[in-house]
Design a protein around this ligand. Structure first.
Ligand code: FDA
Length: 397
């Protein structure tokens, strides 16, 4: 087996790994990126419905979950969404802003992969696909790796960067390798859970949701003190849509999620006005004027709201408004890693330097991207963490 020497080896040719390779290579060292997949950046390719929500222009550490909420500040503050946007523009990739500061490619997520490949090529960083890590040891002056598959070799390097992502979507090649390497070198790994994931329900609740599967509505969804105002979608399996994905990162088993339909509106006032306008209108029809029709019918049936508006007193209207703006559901669980966009938790930031992403007690070992206990909201934040942490490690090497 051939023996080779590199300055830096990066495990994982995803968003963080490719970003890191471009910057580590720019500093002049020999860089190798390995991945067991057949193609680099597979999650980039499928992200954002194929158009990659590549950053969020307002990204700050407040948009991330971590046991240390300050950890991400350094990397995010030194390599910002505007820095990544400047790179995208330098490569003449057309983009547009959707709602809430989310930036997407106009054409295809493949533009972002091609850009990262071009950046790697420009600095001579080597990419080996269909290559696995068979053995890893710490040597006198760095690390010794035995690689298998198409890129089989024994490799030594001074810097080893772990960029192998989280556990979500195992079908696409997600593995626990990054966590195992962390533990092996004495770093703690916080509890990991599927996040940005649809919520599932027990059969009694689900039967109702099935009747209105496909209905979407703007809601404020809350868990404890955390709320998101976005769209929610009823599905055959439970609840989904951006609002639900967001709150799933905070939700814990055995506790309810609170849903406010028509958040921020004076619902009681609107129902009273509707009654005054036409007292012969049925309650269900009055609700169908302010909510999607099938949702209004479901809520009316579920709560036994019947009769005409003219016969409905203020107390009942107030109770209806309160129910619609404080509807509690008790999720059974989540759809799990099969559909989760990200993994919450990961390599404990207590063991990592926030500026360089280097392990505090293992010089030369770095952890970047999703494998770290830094998890963003939905909306381009997770890629921004991959770019910022990849940049921070790449420029520190
Ligand atoms: P990433 O998962 O990208 O890369 C890890 C790499 O390591 C992979 O190439 C994998 O093959 C490789 N690897 C894993 N185990 C290995 C092993 N044992 N040996 C060798 N190689 C190994 N975020 C966002 O900001 N905007 C968006 O639009 C979306 N959309 C989206 C859609 C879907 C369907 C998903 C699943 C996820 C998103 N995300 C997202 C999240 C985003 O994709 C994610 O946060 C980043 O890809 C994380 O980047 P990393 O480089 O850390 O891991």
């Amino acid at each position: 087996m051939r023996a080779e020497r590199f300055d830096t080896v990066i495990l994982g040719a995803g968003a963080a790994g490719m970003m890191c390779a471009a910057h580590a290579g720019a500093r002049g060292g020999r860089v190798l990126v390995i991945d067991h997949a057949k193609a680099p950046g597979e999650k980039i390719r499928i992200s954002g419905g194929g158009r990659c929500n590549f950053t969020n222009i307002g990204a700050t550490a407040r948009n991330f979950l971590s046991e240390n909420p300050h950890f991400a500040k350094s990397a995010l503050g030194r390599y910002t969404a505007r820095d990544f946007l400047a790179l995208v523009e330098r490569h003449r990739i057309p983009w547009h802003e959707k709602t809430l500061g989310q930036l997407f490619c106009d054409n295809s997520a493949k533009d972002i992969i091609a850009m990262l490949r071009a950046e790697m090529d420009a600095v001579g960083a080597e990419l080996r696909l269909s290559t696995t890590l068979e053995e890893l040891e710490r040597g006198d002056n760095g690390f010794r790796l035995t690689l298998g598959g198409e890129g089989a070799a024994t490799v030594t390097c001074r810097h080893l960067v772990v960029a192998c992502g989280g556990k979500s979507i195992p079908k696409m090649g997600a593995t626990s390798l990054g966590y195992r390497i962390a533990e092996r070198f004495g770093l703690a790994v916080t509890e990991t859970r599927p996040a940005l994931v649809p919520l599932t329900f027990a059969e009694d609740m689900l039967a109702g949701f099935r009747e209105i599967a496909g209905v979407a509505a703007p809601v404020r969804v809350s868990f404890g003190k955390t709320s998101f105002d976005e769209a929610m979608l009823f599905t055959h399996r439970g609840l989904s849509g951006p609002a639900i994905l967001q709150i799933s990162s905070y939700w814990r088993e055995g506790q309810p999620v609170r849903i406010a339909f028509l958040p921020g509106r004076d619902l009681l006032g609107e129902l009273r006005a509707s009654r005054q306008e036409n007292g012969r209108r049925s309650l269900a029809n009055a609700l169908a004027e302010i909510l999607p029709k099938r949702l209004a019918g479901y809520m009316a049936e579920r709560h036994g709201w019947s009769g005409q508006m003219g016969e409905t007193g203020d107390r009942k209207l107030a109770a209806i408004a309160a129910t619609l703006q404080g509807f509690e559901v008790m999720p059974l669980g989540t759809e799990g890693y099969r559909t989760a966009e990200v993994t919450l938790g990961g390599v404990d930031t207590a063991g990592i330097n926030s500026k360089s992403l280097e392990a505090k007690d293992v010089p030369g070992l770095y952890f970047i991207g999703e494998v770290v206990d830094v998890t963003g909201w939905l909306g381009g934040y997770n890629f921004q963490w991959a770019w910022s942490s990849g940049w921070a490690a790449g420029t520190a090497i």
